[in-house]
Design a protein around this ligand. Structure first.
Ligand code: LLP
Length: 447
């Protein structure tokens, strides 16, 4: 008779201590519990409630500096444009902007957030496969650094808008290099079947056309092959190699190419997966694009912001199901959707010292939302957790709050910035009134 399949395998996951050892912004204080920088997370929960996103300003600064020095060490002189989609919180953008980052934006809202946070228009690039006329108009009115166009149709739109406004748009062409970044299917972007960019083979003709169109200054080329890239940098190298060939071909036609935007996508270890260091990315850029005499830029989001944030949640109750133990939190898939959407693994660490050292047993960690997809983790090793116990989801600073919704009419969670021994609420918890605001009953309903 076959042995029953083992239901429980928590020991294959890293321990709480192993998770913290790789995350210097977090540490377990034997009295105060889990700390972010010099602030106990329990103090934030007491002041602000849960669920709450908490970001470490010094981690944002440190990671931006690490990335910038990797690029500088490779003598690339590359500019870092933070991908605002990863975390559009104004205080986060302000922190990164003050530390020298520009912004990569993909919507009017992101452009306005970057400007409101003080990032100069001359350091903002507008990407995206479907910019509206209004968004193109705003980008030109703000005179941002560059628009990355993704199709022949869009190039014509930009030309028409710019001409009508009496402006010249600096346009880079985003090409699709047909390279497999070996990441999750939902976040790969550089394969020919994906909606992004224009086929690299069509780029020379379109770039030549751009040079003839009124209102357009062709400024360079751009590529972004996917996100959470952890399988080394060989896909980057291949894509950048194609881009370098393209730059040479365009120049051979007498076309000017001043800039190459190398995109984002550098992955981070959520569990214990190997992930490339920025130095490896810088090396791939250097080896392919380093000697072309172009201005270089990169657009990382996750690598900078992911490890800088946690989602703080409270246990509502622990229930013993027919087959498994469920830890039911006050956070749900409307807050952090990554596990439901991409089967993503996030570390879940107890905040109180006693819970941190207690013996663990397998549990499913779930939210209160009415679908089984509202599961953060299965068979996760956790201690017994009383109602009110706090846990922290690790690496929730990118694509966390940014992707939240109000599903089940749950208000958007609060956001807090920690800087040394200070913390401040940088986004208030949405109120119940705010959830209903803006809705109207048609006048045909009885009063
Ligand atoms: N540039 C462009 C044009 C992008 O589309 C993206 C991300 C980035 C830069 C930044 O990529 P990063 O360095 O953060 O990997 N919601 C998903 C990730 C979607 C990424 C979309 N594009 C997740 O939670 O994993």
């Amino acid at each position: 008779m076959a042995a029953p399949a083992p239901l429980l395998h928590p020991d294959s996951d890293p321990s709480f201590a192993e998770l913290l050892a790789l995350r210097p912004q977090l540490r377990m204080d034997p009295l105060a519990g889990l700390m972010m920088e010099e602030v106990p997370l329990a103090r934030i929960a007491a002041a602000v409630g849960t669920p709450t996103w908490v970001y470490s300003a010094n981690t944002l600064r440190r990671r931006l500096a690490t990335l910038q020095s990797a690029l500088d060490d490779a003598r690339l002189g590359a500019q870092v444009h933070f991908a605002v989609k990863a975390n559009p919180n104004l205080a986060v953008l302000r922190t990164l902007g003050e530390a020298g980052a520009g912004a990569d934006v993909v919507s009017e809202g992101e452009l306005r957030a970057a400007r409101a946070a003080g990032i100069p228009a001359s350091h903002i690039v507008f990407s995206g496969v479907g910019k509206t006329l209004a968004e193109i108009r705003l980008a030109l009115a703000e005179d941002i650094q560059q628009i990355n166009a993704e199709s022949a149709e869009e190039v014509e739109m930009i030309s028409a808008v710019a001409t009508a406004m009496g402006r010249t748009a600096r346009v880079a062409l985003r090409v699709n290099p047909d390279v497999d970044a070996k990441t999750h299917a939902k976040i790969t972007t550089g394969k020919s079947e994906n909606k992004f960019g224009i086929a690299i083979g069509d780029a020379p003709a379109l770039y030549a056309r751009m040079a003839t169109l009124p209102g357009i200054q062709p400024i360079g080329v751009a590529v972004h092959i996917g996100s959470q890239i952890t399988a080394g940098v060989s896909a980057y190298r291949t894509a950048y190699g194609h881009l370098a060939d393209l730059v040479r071909a365009l120049r051979a036609q007498g076309l000017p190419v001043e800039r190459v935007d190398c995109g984002g996508g550098l992955g981070i270890p959520y569990r214990d997966e190997p992930a490339p260091h920025p130095a490896a990315l810088a090396g791939a850029i250097q080896a392919t694009l380093g000697n072309l005499g172009v201005e270089l830029m990169v657009e990382p989001g996750r690598w900078i912001a992911g490890p800088a944030g946690v989602l703080l949640a409270s246990v509502i109750l622990q229930k013993q199901g027919a087959e498994r133990r469920f830890v039911v939190l006050d956070a749900a898939m409307n807050d952090l959707v990554r596990p439901a959407m991409y089967e993503a693994w996030h570390g879940i660490v107890p905040v109180t010292p006693a819970d941190f050292v207690a013996a663990v047993a397998p549990a499913d960690v779930v939210g209160p939302i009415c679908e089984s997809g509202d599961t953060f983790a299965r068979n996760r090793g956790l201690p017994p957790l009383e109602p009110g116990s706090l846990v922290a989801f690790l690496d929730a600073g990118a694509y966390g709050a940014a992707m939240s919704s109000t599903y089940n009419n749950r208000p958007l969670a609060a956001e807090v910035l920690v800087d040394g021994d200070r913390f401040a609420v940088v986004r208030e918890r949405q109120t119940q009134d705010a959830l209903l605001a803006g809705q109207r009953l048609p006048d045909w309903f009885a009063a």
